[in-house]
Design a protein around this ligand. Structure first.
Ligand code: GRF
Length: 203
């Protein structure tokens, strides 16, 4: 399965996916790591592993459509068919999503549909929930809304702030996101009426 991984920052989820692919746990090939920021650490991580990279600076484009069109062009040029959002902090246009749907996935640091948005872990801590977590999901045209593939529950510790909770959640993201991509690569995920069903493996 040819993947493009889109990052804006640290790229620790990217790293978890790279490690799973290199270890042979996921039957996929990362054709491209694309970032909207030249200084994204994810770009550096990709280079270290000999993975092609591209930087498309969103500020250089007049509209979201123009930005997305350029990303589509580069992604297609690398032969990627599945989009893996891994801390990509730009909203994608419906045009981009229609181009690749249903083959777009995202990782979110909260138990959706609770706490969508850019600060899911912080918002969960501020709300005072006792169980936080993370969600790997298909992407549709509404932010943090698509069908849920897998979630991990992370109990909140007494007195824990958003940053500490976020770090512990991140460790679970690194476990569930490669798992979701593995299932996707195996062709085992069926979506029916927004419910994701996991087909049994052949093995
Ligand atoms: C993660 O918390 C992810 O859930 C969110 O952005 C963060 C990215 O972290 N969407 P990293 O760049 O993968 O380290």
């Amino acid at each position: 399965l040819p993947l493009a991984v889109l990052v804006s920052g640290g790229g620790s989820n990217l790293q978890a996916i790279i490690d799973a692919v290199e270890a042979g746990r996921i039957d996929a090939e990362i054709r491209l790591v694309l970032s909207n920021r030249a200084d994204a650490n994810g770009i550096e991580r990709a280079r270290k592993h000999g993975i092609p990279t591209a930087v498309v600076e969103h500020a250089a484009f007049a509209s979201r459509e123009d930005f997305d069109r350029e990303m589509i062009r580069i992604i297609r040029a690398h032969g990627a068919e599945v989009i893996v959002l891994a801390g990509f902090m730009r909203l994608l246009t419906p045009m981009f999503i229609r181009e690749f749907a249903p083959n777009i996935v995202n990782i979110h640091p909260a138990l959706l549909p609770s706490f969508p948005g850019v600060h899911g872990q912080r918002d969960a801590a501020a709300y005072g929930v006792k169980i936080a977590g993370c969600t790997a999901h298909f992407v549709d045209e509404i932010m943090d809304n698509g069908p849920v593939i897998i979630q991990a529950a992370v109990p909140v510790m007494a007195g824990e702030d958003g940053a500490a909770l976020g770090e512990r959640i991140l460790a679970y993201e690194h476990r569930i996101y490669p798992q979701a991509i593995k299932w996707l690569a195996e062709g085992r995920l069926r979506v029916n009426d927004r419910h994701v069903h996991l087909e049994p493996s052949d093995a």
